[in-house]
Write a protein that binds this ligand. Structure first.
Ligand code: F6R
Length: 607
């Protein structure tokens, strides 16, 4: 949430920072701003809306800066407005800063600063930091920062410039990611290394309470005690060209990428002959994997839904007791984490604050953590004992699509490996592998049906309420289908276990509330059919998604979408592609902003 970017060096600072900021737009896009030093004064420019609006204003006002910091905002404290947009300045205009995170004790700090005569102009928690630093400064800014950090409670990644320190950017990280890129005669600071990876691959990740003093030709890192030596890292993953290609939206492109993404997730990760899976990057030894008695999966949102699929797979195949918990709930428990528990933390971004906090909690209890993540070098991958990468490539659309599919594939491979270490025989393993290898074609066949799905979507786009229901592997798929529809089309959609409908939700069924019936779990199809009869009896319209060779639902459904046959355990992949397309085309019909839905951000780095 909120992306921050800064630059000092020989390039045009304004253009470099605007370009970097655009790569962070996925983190928030309700307002944006830039500040820097020019002829010894702080100059800043802010605008409501997307970065393109700021860019236009910066060009109109012919802003020139010697070095620059900038931010794209996802509002937490105070509505999106020019005044609340970052950067924030202190009263004396000696410094400007941009912030990602939340200052939890902003109220008490604000009251105490007001008593000292400070007049606040914004509603934000961030301005409190700027005013605090302005009041505390006595001529040594580094000392001021070191004294101020312990006074701030919460999460903060900051990039700061000060009038008395031309040519320098100060950066601080605390429970919020910040990475510095070191170039030749230039330096970058960003919430995400992807934003500057085209310029330099040498990076330093700031840890909690560390302060960086960044100049174009030097970098010093301090903690609260003094200067420290800090390891630099090389970004190893390929820089992927980020473009929409011929697609109208990133989301649609990412939906259509899924056959390739599945192949990529499977690549060199299975041993056909032994009917098992293998992960080059897995550095948990065989003995510790064999001693696993239970697995706890932690995640949020879409990643939680793939985690629910993973939990069923691990119980069904490997017969390991597996449970899933919502990171934001788990972090405030005093959880019981028995010995021999393996924790799997799933996150596309690797920056989700709730999941990272939950991981820290289980690590404090002594558990081993395996991350499943898409972003190399992200905070989660640095916290975890080992990481399995999704290899899905950058996911730009704010709603997660291809990452879900990759997560399911990686979880399926991991479950296969654990099952083969225990009860599953080679032939069963090979059969499961065959089903996995067939998935890219199965998904392609679903994508080929996009025009048919679009037609159905148009027919239902005017409804304001939907249910998505399913059983077994289709239950998490229902949650995911409903989430996708609500986040990109702003329709109220609820995912339910089909058997739960009669325990309350069925009260909402009428001719104005269609149900998307996820019927691709053959094992429970007849049970789902009974639930749907109850829906039909109350005039509810039904869109059924079923396997080609399954019969039954077509008698009661108003519309049927078929997927090629696959095993129940993996049917979530093609079914979810159908629900992604349904959500996409319904959102298009309603004129919604597909890639950047209102109120959302891609990387949820606040609680
Ligand atoms: C939904 C979506 C979110 C994320 C959630 C977790 O489309 O994108 O629900 O899945 O915020 O994010 P990660 O996976 O980055 O931890």
């Amino acid at each position: 949430m909120c992306g921050i970017f800064g630059y000092t060096g020989k390039r045009n600072s304004v253009e470099t920072v605007l370009k970097g900021l655009k790569k962070l737009e996925y983190r928030g896009y309700d307002s944006a701003g830039i500040a820097g030093l020019h002829t010894g004064e702080i100059v800043s420019c802010k605008e409501v809306g997307k970065i393109a609006a700021l860019e236009k204003l910066v060009h109109e006002e012919k802003i020139e800066l010697d070095l620059a910091i900038a931010q794209t905002r996802w509002a937490t404290h105070g509505k999106p407005s020019v005044v609340n947009a970052h950067p924030h300045l202190d009263q004396g205009r000696t410094l400007a800063l941009v912030h990602n995170g939340i200052i939890e004790n902003h109220d008490s700090l604000r009251i105490s600063l007001e008593k000292q005569g400070i007049h606040f102009v914004s509603e934000t928690d961030t301005e409190v930091i700027a005013q605090l630093l302005g009041v505390m400064y006595q001529g040594d800014f580094l000392a001021t920062l070191r004294e101020a950090i312990p006074l701030l409670k919460g999460a903060f990644a900051l990039a700061i410039i000060h009038k008395d320190y031309p040519g320098q950017i100060f950066a601080i990280a605390h429970e919020s990611p910040l990475v510095i890129g070191i170039g030749h005669g230039e330096a970058f600071v960003s919430s995400d290394s992807n934003a500057f990876a085209a310029h330099t691959r040498e990076v330093v990740f700031l840890a909690n309470s560390e302060i960086a003093v960044i100049k174009s030709d030097s970098l010093q890192i301090f903690d609260l005690m003094g200067e420290i030596d800090k390891e630099t890292h090389q970004l190893t993953e390929e820089i992927q060209e980020i473009s929409k290609g011929d697609y109208e939206h990133y989301t649609l492109k990412e939906i259509f990428e899924q056959p390739r993404v599945i192949r990529q997730a499977l690549l060199s990760r299975f041993l056909e002959e032994y009917g098992t899976a293998t992960f080059e990057e897995l550095n948990l030894d065989v003995n510790s994997l064999l001693s696993v008695q239970r697995i706890l999966i932690l995640a949020c949102g879409t990643s939680l839904h793939s985690g629910l699929i993973g939990a069923s797979l691990l119980e069904d195949q490997a017969r390991i007791l597996t449970y899933t918990d919502i990171s934001s709930e788990f972090r405030y428990k005093n959880p019981i984490v028995p010995p021999d528990t393996l924790v799997i933390a799933i996150s596309q971004s690797g920056e989700t604050a709730d999941t990272i906090a939950a991981v820290k909690e289980v690590k404090a209890k002594g558990a081993k953590v395996l991350a499943i993540c898409n972003v190399y070098g992200s905070t989660l991958t640095r916290e975890a004992d080992s990481t399995l990468y999704l290899r899905a490539g950058p996911e730009i659309g704010v709603c997660s699509t291809k990452a879900y599919t990759s997560q399911v594939i990686v979880l399926a491979l991991f479950s296969l490996m654990m099952a083969r270490m225990r009860h599953m025989n080679k032939y069963e393993g090979q059969e499961f592998l065959n089903a996995l290898k067939a998935l890219p074609d199965v998904v392609q066949a679903v994508l080929d049906k996009a025009p048919e799905i679009e037609k159905i979507a148009k027919k239902y786009a005017h409804y304001e309420n939907f249910f998505f229901i399913g059983r077994r592997y289709m239950y998490p798929s229902s949650l995911e289908g409903a989430l996708k529809l609500k986040e990109i089309s702003y329709i109220n959609a609820n995912g339910y276990a089909a058997g739960e409908m009669k325990h309350g939700p069925i009260a909402l069924i009428n001719a104005d509330c269609p149900t998307v019936a996820l019927g691709a779990n053959s094992d429970t199809l007849d049970k789902l059919e009974s639930n749907l009869r109850e829906v039909a009896a109350r005039d509810g319209k039904i869109i059924a998604i079923i396997k080609e060779s399954d019969r039954g639902l077509e008698k009661i459904a108003n519309d049927v979408i078929t997927i090629p046959d696959t095993i129940d355990e993996l049917a979530t992949v093609p079914v979810t592609v159908v629900t992604q397309l349904l959500a996409y085309y319904i959102a298009i019909e309603r004129g919604a902003d597909i890639d950047q839905p209102r109120n959302l951000a891609k990387s949820v780095t606040v609680e």
